[in-house]
Each structure stands twice: as C-alpha cells, then as structure tokens.
Design a protein around this ligand. Structure first.
Ligand code: HEC
Length: 298
C-alpha cells in the first residue's frame, strides 16, 4: 500500500497536501487497457494526448491531481505514455464522456474550479475530444454532442434527461428499507471499510451509513449519483440508467489506474452489490409505473 492510501484514511478529503510518490504494487501501470467500456483506442486517444493532456498537465497536474497526489483524484499522469489510461480510468472524472455526464467538462465549462479558467480554444479542445469519445464508445452510432439536428436528442441531452428523471425516481424509503448507505459504508476492503476513506465523498465516491444523507447527496448531485448509477447511452433510442457495477469491479480488482486502491469483494452476490441492484430494481419499477416524483436535479 502506498502512503496515499494511508493518508486517504487519515485525511478524508483534505487539502492538496503534496507530492508523495506512490508505490507500484503490481508493476502493471504500463498502459494495459482496463476493462472499462470500448472505444478509446484511436482518434479519441490521439486527440486527448495531443490537445487535452497538455491542458490538464498545466491546469490540473500542476496543482492537485497528479498521479503522485495524495488527497485529490489522481487522474493526471506525469508523462504522455500513461496519460490516456490514467484519465479515462477515473469514472468520477469522465463519466459517460458527454458534456453533461463528465465531471471534468463541468469544471472547464463554465468553470472555474480552484480559480482555473480556460480559453475558448482550450474549452473547444476538451469538447471535441469528449465528442470523439462518445462517438467511438457508442459504436459509431451516437455521433458527438454537436449532432442531432432535426429534433433528435443528442447524447448529452439524453444523459441530462435520464439523470434528471432518476433523481426524482429514487425514493428515501428505499434507501432506508434497504439500508443502502449502511451496506456500502460498512463494506469491507483489505484496508478497512469504504467509509473510512469515502464517508464525506472523497474522490468522487460517497459511502456513509446515514441513509437520508446518502439519498440527499445522490439525488441532488449527479456526479455522486453516477458512481452508483451510470447513464448508458450505448443505444441512444433507449438511453437508461444502469447500476455502475463495472466501475466498482474495476476499482475493486485494482485495475489501472486504480492499482493502489484497496481490494474488495467484487462478486455480484456481495451484499452491497445486491443492495444496489435492489435499489435499482425498485427505482426502475417506479419509472415503469409512472410513480416517480418530480426531478430533484433539473
Ligand atoms: C484506505 C482508503 C480507501 C478505502 C478504505 C477505500 N477507498 Fe475507494 N478510493 C480511495 C482513493 C485514494 C481513491 C482515488 C484513487 C483511486 O481511484 O485509486 C478512491 C477511489 C474510489 C472510487 C472512485 C473511482 C473513480 O472512478 O474515480 C470508487 C468507486 C471507490 N474508491 C470505491 C471504494 C469502495 C467500494 C470501497 C470499500 C469497499 C473503497 N473505495 C474503500 C481510497 C479508499
């Protein structure tokens, strides 16, 4: 375990404290693709490496988010060779790559985040890269966010719509009846329960046994919602939220760039995973029955 995780346990979401070199546990941070979604091999990757990585290096890496960082999501590599895999491996940063579903984009446009601002050219480069990701990852069918003339929903619009709907469909009673917060807060890892590091939402993931608080956070902040429920736009005509098992599995199996994360049970029979599935099923049932509440995220 690297010092980062010791600090994470001690600090929660503390400030940007420094420059501690992580220990590479398995020697496998050489860019081996992780299990995450398709795409990303071609033009999108080139656009990222050429146009976007330099921006992230200057604006985010120089501050808190280098892979050597101990207290903020370490999504900016120190060199271009591992840059792509490092950034796209953080679901909490890229989400589903749309302008409405990628946290990174919201910090660039409109920004500012931590007093960083971006020129129109930089904003355009980030948007162009994300659009290319969407198009490659949807099997070429989706097109970028810019498309969709003639009244069709764009990927970004579909993402925003299903997140907004979902925020009204989730119900407090279900969080309480299922003890959703408690089952995630107390899920174990080889370095303590999730709540030890994520109780306040550090690193874009919240696991807290206060069920009402979890309901509040997940239904009013789409990025926290998306760590549990991912907007799936692979078929734009049937855009829907899905349980975000792939990301939990990727992190728990310590796939790049999470190779230093504590390991935990990623079996779908795991109690916390089951609670997520149950909350999902109940929420989908409200959607089907038309008994959702009004959206809590506009
Ligand atoms: C000792 C501290 C620690 C514990 C315990 C811990 N985590 Fe993390 N977690 C981190 C750190 C640090 C990061 C950011 C770096 C990374 O992703 O490896 C993170 C990131 C994450 C992310 C976000 C990845 C992304 O896409 O951005 C998820 C999801 C996550 N953890 C799930 C869990 C779950 C589930 C548990 C409990 C089974 C858990 N963590 C326990 C420290 C911890």
């Amino acid at each position: 375990m690297s010092i980062r995780y010791l600090l994470a346990a001690a600090l929660f979401a503390g400030g940007c404290v420094g420059d501690l070199t992580p220990v590479d546990d398995d020697g496998d941070d050489d860019g081996t693709p992780d299990a995450g979604g398709g795409g990303g091999g071609g033009l999108a990757r080139q656009m990222f490496e050429r146009d976007v990585f330099p921006i992230l290096q200057a604006k985010c890496g120089a501050g808190c988010h280098l892979t050597t960082s101990s207290s903020s999501t370490p999504f900016v590599a120190t060199a271009v060779g591992t840059a792509y895999i490092t950034t796209v491996g953080f679901d909490s940063v890229v989400g589903n790559f749309t302008t409405t579903g990628a946290a990174l984009y919201s910090l660039v446009v409109p920004g500012p985040h931590q007093a960083r601002t971006y020129t129109a050219d930089e904003q355009m480069k980030v948007a162009a890269w994300l659009a290319q990701e969407v198009s490659e990852r949807s099997g070429g069918g989706g097109g970028g966010d810019g498309g969709g003339g003639g009244g069709e929903e764009t990927p970004a619009q579909a993402t925003a719509r299903i997140i907004s709907e979902w925020s009204g469909c989730l119900k407090l009673e279900d969080f309480q009846q299922l003890d959703f917060g408690g089952s995630w807060a107390n899920k174990g890892s080889n370095q303590g329960n999730c709540e030890q590091c994520h109780t306040s939402g550090a690193y874009g993931f919240k696991a807290n046994d206060d069920n009402a608080g979890m309901y509040e956070t997940l239904t009013t902040n789409k990025y926290y919602m998306m760590s549990y429920f991912a907007p799936d736009i692979s078929n734009l005509a049937d855009a829907k939220m899905v349980p975000n098992f792939p990301n939990f599995i990727r992190v728990g199996l310590r796939q790049v760039p999470h190779q230093e994360h504590p390991s935990y049970n990623t079996n779908l029979n795991d109690a916390a995973f089951q609670r997520l599935q149950q909350l999902y099923d109940r929420t989908m049932a409200y959607k089907a029955a038309g008994t959702c509440g009004p959206p809590r995220i506009p």
